[in-house]
Design a protein. Structure first.
Length: 94
């Protein structure tokens, strides 16, 4: 005995879009948006595990090799002119 074939269901009208914006936080926090080539790297920091750790990076900082979770003091040892500001999670979520 063969099972009866069910009619095909109509296509789902919903569409999904997934965005990944890894530098949104640092671009939002900088007064002029993304940093130019002549500016030193920019990071945002937050207090974690008893120290200031990198929470967001701009593209320049990522290319140099800085990583989220790295301590600010280690990052400044690699890039002495590093610009840093506290991260604002509420502004990023808005």
């Amino acid at each position: 005995m063969t099972p009866e074939a069910s009619p095909p269901s109509p296509p789902d009208p919903r569409r999904y879009l997934a965005l990944w914006l890894p530098f949104l936080s640092t671009e939002r926090a900088q007064p002029g948006g993304a940093a130019g080539q002549d500016e030193p790297p920019f990071v945002q920091v937050e207090k974690q595990r008893g120290g200031m750790r990198l929470a967001a990076l701009d593209l320049t900082a990522a290319r140099i090799g800085l990583r989220i979770g790295m301590t600010l003091s280690d990052a400044r040892a690699i890039v002495p002119g590093l610009r840093a500001a506290p991260i604002d999670r509420q502004a990023d979520a808005a």
